[in-house]
Design a protein around this ligand. Structure first.
Ligand code: ADP
Ligand code: MG
Length: 231
């Protein structure tokens, strides 16, 4: 399991690194004709770097979680802003591949007590999965809604879906569904275990609803009246 993990993680890191190198080379060689292209390549390098940071943060967080050192800073935070900023980094990255992230039902929330960086990372992990496991479909919808005392962030894809059996295991660290597409898609099986940890630290929960072949919806549910006394 350990050597699989190291090999998976390394491969996952190499993809954004390769893009950054290629776009950097284009720019250095001065082969980019228009101002617009220069900006586009710059944006690409920026978002791929962000993605790399996200992957490294996952690994660091995983190690902190394992050793019980992961801490959270809960502060009154604008959840709408956190969500929109997170989605925007995907917008840029996905533009070229024809994906669209649709914002459906975005309700406005007053500031709520969360660890904004952690929630951004959790949402990123869900959107990253929605993209990776989309199969041929290119549609992802995100919503933010109120359900009684909860803020609910949902990420919905029309992708390959997950069987009932696997739904029970995917939140375990390293667990990856061993059939079909997954072998062609890079991943180290940390994402959902981190999402789970982050959301539980907020006294919330993560729900999944999915059918093989017709997509998945992951929902992060955060209590609006979090009683944690720090920061
Ligand atoms: N949106 C999704 N659609 C289909 N399968 C998914 C989705 N999200 C997660 N999975 C399954 O759950 C597994 C665990 O996800 P995750 O912890 O993020 O690890 P990774 O993406 O690195 O494989 C994935 O390998 C995949 O098999
Ligand atoms: Mg993942």
């Amino acid at each position: 399991m350990k050597s699989d993990f190291v090999s998976n993680v390394s491969h996952e890191l190499r993809t954004p690194l390769a893009s950054i190198r290629v776009f950097g080379e284009f720019l250095r060689l001065g082969r980019v004709e228009s101002e617009e292209k220069v900006r586009e390549y710059g944006a690409f390098i920026e978002t791929e770097s962000r993605r790399l940071t996200g992957l490294v943060n996952n690994i660091l967080d995983f190690s902190r979680i394992e050793s019980g050192r992961k801490t959270y800073k809960f502060r009154k935070t604008d959840l709408n802003e956190i969500l929109e900023k997170t989605l925007q980094t995907f917008d840029i990255r996905l533009r070229q591949s024809g994906f669209a992230i649709r914002r459906k039902e975005i309700e406005r929330f007053p500031p709520i007590k969360i660890d904004g960086d952690a929630i951004a990372q959790a949402v990123s992990n869900l959107v990253d999965n929605a993209v990776k496991y989309s199969g041929g479909s290119k549609e992802i919808s995100v919503s933010l809604a109120r359900d009684n005392g909860w803020a609910v962030i949902s990420v919905e894809d029309q992708g390959i879906g997950i069987s009932k059996e696997d739904q029970k295991k995917i939140f375990e660290r390293f667990h990856r569904v061993s059939t079909g597409l997954v072998h062609e898609v890079r991943g180290s099986g940390l994402g959902l275990s981190i999402v789970n940890h982050i959301v539980h630290a907020h006294q919330g929960n993560v729900q999944v609803s999915s059918e093989p072949g017709s997509g998945s919806t992951f929902s992060i549910r955060l209590p609006l009246d979090l009683e944690i006394s720090n920061a």
